[in-house]
Design a protein around this ligand. Structure first.
Ligand code: NI
Length: 226
């Protein structure tokens, strides 16, 4: 499932992040790519140990941890600290699949089940730069407003088209989900969205709402790993 979550941040908030990031020390993005990806990557990234990257990364994680749609769709177990990248002057990222295992800053590793891109630039800030994702239903091009986020399975082949003019600044991060299997996670997301909608209609004490909520948790119990 490819899911767009709009307005995780307002365009003003995204603009604020973008301004803070503009004067930072961007470095060659190939330094952060796996061996398969390094040969196809011509962008810049921010050293994620600097305070600014940590501060904005924390603000992103804080927002997402309390975002009902994100939590429902990702069912996060662990999230890798957000990284920041910038594409200018023809910069692109050719077709690749993200590394399956990534190291956590304080030690330890996560399995990447879901990849996320949070767009910080406005659509009008740059030409090109679409995130192109192969899905079971064909190729999808994603280019979102500042503050919007796309979530997709890390098993997907994807690329970033060349940025022909302007600058495309995004944050990218990876999630190890409580539910490893993409199909099971999608079923839980659909069920949760339906339960929430029925709850609005019938109220939280309705017998069917209670039964469906129980089914949701029992499926979670069957499928989750922590
Ligand atoms: Ni990637």
């Amino acid at each position: 499932m490819l899911l767009v979550i709009e307005k995780v941040f307002t365009s003003e908030e995204a603009h604020g992040f973008r301004q803070q990031l503009a004067d930072s020390a961007w470095v060659d993005g190939r330094l952060s790519a796996g061996s398969q990806a390094a040969s196809v990557k011509t962008n810049q990234h921010l050293d994620d140990r600097i305070d600014l990257a940590r501060d904005i990364g924390d603000a992103i994680l804080q927002r997402l941890n309390t975002h009902p749609q994100f939590v429902s769709a990702a069912l996060p177990n662990r999230i890798l600290s957000p990284k920041f990248n910038r594409y200018t002057g023809g910069g692109q990222y050719g077709a690749h699949i993200d590394s399956s295992i990534m190291g956590l800053p304080g030690g330890g590793q996560i399995r990447t089940d879901l990849s996320a891109t949070l767009f910080l630039s406005d659509v009008s800030d740059y030409e090109g730069g679409e995130l192109v994702i192969d899905t079971r239903f064909g190729t999808q091009e994603v280019k979102l407003a500042a503050g919007d986020l796309v979530l997709y399975p890390s098993t997907s082949l994807h690329c970033v088209n060349p940025v022909l003019s302007g600058a495309r600044i995004c944050s990218v991060f990876w999630i190890q989900s409580l539910i490893r299997d993409n199909q099971q996670r999608e079923i839980l997301y659909d069920l949760d969205q339906s339960v929430q909608s029925i709850t609005l209609d019938k109220g939280p004490d309705d017998e069917d709402v209670n039964r469906l909520t129980g089914i949701y948790h029992n499926l979670m119990r069957c499928w989750a790993s922590t």
